[in-house]
Structure formats: C-alpha cells, structure tokens
Design a protein around this ligand. Structure first.
Ligand code: HEM
Length: 454
C-alpha cells in the first residue's frame, strides 16, 4: 500500500459531526489526485480493505469512482448498514453504478416501493415454484455438461458462463430464441459489463454505449414476448412473474415484469457463475473434497427432487466455504438519504457508503486461519460462522437480502450433480487463481483446469 503514498493528502475527517452529538468524524483521505483509490480497490480489494482497517479502523472514507465513499468494514458495521434500522441508507448507491442498465430492478428500489415489489416477487420463489424450476433445469444442465470437451487447459469459467446462460434462458425466459440467441446473449453481456465501466458516458464504441444499446434490445425482446407469457400457464420465471401475486392480490404491470426480468437475469447469472468458479477452483485444488462430493452425489438420484437437495451435506459445506473465500457480490453500495451514524461515526446525508462481506469473510479477527479452505468450519460441531450474525453474509442481509438464495444454491447443487458424475478436474500443484475485481470478482485467467471424462 506504499505506492503513491507521497502523493496522498494527509488524513482528514469526511465532515465535522454536529456539535454535542457525541459522534466522531469519519477518518480517511482522498487518495491519489483525480483517481483517488479507484485503481487500488479494483486491483487488490482485500489487501486494500486490510490496509484501510489497520490504518483507520472499521469506518473510513476515500475517493473512488468519482465519489467520496465511506467503507464500512467488519461484521458490526455491515449489520448496522444492511439492517438499516432508521432507514437512512438507500439503494441509490447501486443506482449510481448500474442504474441506467438495470433501472427499477428489485435491488434498485427503496423502502415502501421495494416492499411492495418484493412481496409480489416472493410468490415466484416459493418452495413449489423452486421445485418446478429444478425439474425444468436438470435436462438442460445434463446435456450442456455432457457437451463439454475435456482438455488440458479447459477454460472452466467460460464454459460455466455459457452453460448457466443457456440454463437461464430455459428456466427464466422459457422462449426458444432460435437465431435471436446471439443478439440476446450479446445484449445481456453488454448490459452487465457496462455497470462498472471506467468511462461513465455513452462514448461511441465504449462499454457504456453498448450497455444502453443492450438494455434497449432486452426491453424490446421481453416486451415482445410478454403478451404470450401473460396468456400462458408455463412454469418458467418469466411466466410466473406475469402471474405472481402478493398475499393481498397485488400484481406486476407489464413494465414491472420487463424491468424485473432484466435485473433477475443479471442477478442470477453472474453470481452463480462466480460461485461455480470458486467451487470448481477449490475442488480442483482439493481432490479429497472432490471425491467426497462425488461419492455423495452418486448416492443420490441422478434427477434430483427438491427434497433430495437436503441429502447433500458435504456439497453444502463446500458451497459455504467457497462463497466465503470468493464472494460473488463483494461490494454493497448504499447512499445516505439523511444524516446518520455508523459505529459512532457521523455520516452526512448524500454520502456513499459501502459494505464488503468478502473482506469480513477473510478477517483473522473472526475466522481462524481465514485464507485456508476448510469446509468443516461450517459443520455442526464447529460452526465458526456463528461467531457473529454477519461474519458470513455472501447473500447480504436486511430487507434486500438475496431473494434468489435458495434458487442459487439449488442451481449450484444441480450443476455439481452433473459435473461430478461426468468429470474429474484438477489444477497444477501450487496454482492460485488470480481474481479480477474490476467488476464482480471473476477468475482473471478464466480458470484453466485439466478436465477428464469419467
Ligand atoms: C450464489 C449466488 C448468489 C449470490 C452470492 C447472491 C448475492 C446477493 C446479494 C449479496 C444481494 C444483496 C445485495 C445488496 O443488498 O446490496 C442479492 C440480492 C438479490 N439477488 Fe442474489 N445472489 C445470488 C443468486 C441470485 C439468484 C439465483 C437470483 C434470482 C433467481 C438472485 C436475485 C437477487 C435479487 C432479485 C436481489 C435483490 C433483492 C432485493 O433488493 O430485495 N440472486 N443477491
């Protein structure tokens, strides 16, 4: 963290707390001229967090991505921000980054409006619906995994991205894309990539412009398919959202369904792909765990029912540990809508605040030997995650906690069920997966593995 230290201005508080409030100002510094800490946080998110924590404590500010951002590190602060007791933090933190591409997605809505939409969407994630999605996803997963071509430097991440995107079109969209597939997939990928582009203006040929174009393509596509979906009784998520009702009978408008579909595709796809990259990496490095999981899935039926998912305890342990060591949503930005406080620090209205479960997951203060892959730490006889309610929070917490948590873990199990039956995979001794954190954390080298058919 010494790079650029001489150019850094001296520490200063973000804003003086109101006289007599008993609060402290948030300590920190702007970082390098113009770019602040944008590059460090993207290059070495965990080391940057550790340096901030050791230098300033759990609450500190720095400039990055064109704003002053307060980083709240550690489970106590994470709980305070996510539980959001006095409704001081809004999702405008997310909107700043991804709003133009994912506007009116559930995660970008606030307070009463969010509550209204969440209650309706909940109807698409009941146990019965999940069981239906599980049935629908398995044939496509089995065939998609079978089509993989074993190789020495097989690109696990790219193959997984493609597999799960195809799976999402089966289970989420339920529309035969035919020759539209390439255009829709590209629009989706452009929309996702645009969110954290460095140039945040629609420069021709740039990521931002491609993202806006992608958003238009997706809107046209979903709007065009909507009348048929409204009329159908299909089990895919798109149809289900058309019919979803809250307990009080409220339903989504056409525009709501389109906005939610675009957001849900992103929320589900990128996160699960990253989770599967982390799991694939850990199992490649730990053949003993890979064999243990293989034995477990082979003892279960090839076509899993929803009840069978509970009979895969080792898969659960590995999933939890892999999500701890690489958290797909490693940042959760918020914006203060009024003056508030976090851990006794004054946060003025308008401040961007971020919490980072990934950093919390690697804190030696809470986890013994935090960087070691040790799935048993989640086993009943140890339960190291119980040290704090927010020590392990890859799915977030509070009212915005991931609505797709059960769907995501179900999809992970169904995918692993096929992979472990069909292949064995490994990486060379000493290999460490480099992580690119310019957007959500992904393997910088696409995770090349040695893949062998069983
Ligand atoms: C391993 C997979 C996944 C991880 C790690 C994950 C993580 C998260 C996290 C951390 C949040 C909260 C963000 C915040 O508060 O700022 C979130 C929200 C959300 N996730 Fe997931 N997610 C996963 C899979 C899914 C899936 C499969 C779906 C859909 C089927 C989904 C849909 C959503 C939605 C709609 C929200 C917004 C909820 C709200 O604001 O009420 N996620 N997710």
């Amino acid at each position: 963290m010494r790079a650029g230290a001489l150019l850094r201005p001296p520490p200063a508080v973000l804003a003086e707390p109101p006289a007599g409030s008993g609060l402290a100002g948030v300590p920190g510094d702007r970082g390098l001229p113009l770019i602040g800490y944008s590059v460090q946080i993207q290059r070495e998110a965990l080391a940057f967090g550790r340096w901030r924590y050791d230098t300033y404590g759990p609450v500190s500010w720095g400039s990055m991505f064109g704003v002053r951002l307060v980083g709240v590190l550690g489970p106590d602060g994470t709980e305070a921000v996510l539980v959001n007791r006095d409704k001081a933090f809004s999702q405008a933190g997310w909107s700043y980054f991804i709003g133009p591409f994912f506007r009116r997605g559930l995660m970008l809505l606030d307070f009463t409006e969010h509550h209204y939409h969440r209650r309706i969407m909940q109807d698409a994630f009941t146990r019965d619906r999940l069981a239906g999605y599980l049935d629908a996803m398995q044939p496509g997963l089995a065939a998609g995994v079978k089509a993989w071509e074993p190789a020495e430097g097989f690109s696990w991440y790219d193959a997984m991205k493609h597999l799960l995107l195809r799976n999402a079109t089966d289970v989420f969209v339920g529309v035969e894309l035919g020759d539209r597939q390439q255009r829709i997939f590209q629009a989706f990928l452009d929309t996702v990539r645009a969110g954290l582009s460095v140039v945040r203006k629609p420069v021709p040929g740039g990521r931002w412009a491609a993202g806006l174009r992608g958003r238009r393509v997706l809107e046209e596509f979903f709007s065009g398919e909507l009348p048929a979906k409204r009329a159908s009784r299909d089990a895919d998520l798109f149809s289900v959202l058309c019919r979803a009702r809250s307990e009080d009978g409220e339903q989504f408008s056409d525009a709501d369904v389109v906005n939610h579909m675009i957001f849900l595709l992103m929320a589900a796809h990128d996160t699960t792909t990253i989770a599967m990259a982390s799991i694939g990496y850990q199992l490649a490095r730990h053949p003993d765990w890979q064999e243990r999981l293989r034995a477990e899935v082979l003892a279960a039926p090839e076509q899993l029912s929803y009840a069978d998912l509970d009979a895969l305890p080792s898969v659960d342990l590995v999933t939890k540990e892999s999500l701890r060591l690489l958290s797909p949503v490693h940042v959760m930005p918020r914006k203060a809508v009024k003056d508030t406080e976090v851990l006794g620090h004054h946060i003025p209205a308008g401040t961007f605040v971020n919490v980072s479960p990934w950093f919390n997951h690697t804190m030696g203060e809470y986890w013994p030997d935090p960087l070691r892959f040790d799935p048993e730490r989640f086993a009943e006889h140890r339960r190291e995650d119980k040290v704090h309610r927010y020590a392990w929070a890859p799915f977030g917490g509070g009212v915005h906690k991931c609505i797709g948590m059960s769907f995501g873990t179900m999809q992970i199990k169904a995918t692993l069920n096929q992979l472990l039956r069909q292949y064995r995979w490994s990486v060379p001794a000493g290999y460490e997966m480099p992580v690119d954190t310019r957007a959500l954390p992904v393997p910088a080298d696409k995770l090349p593995v040695r893949l062998e058919r069983l």
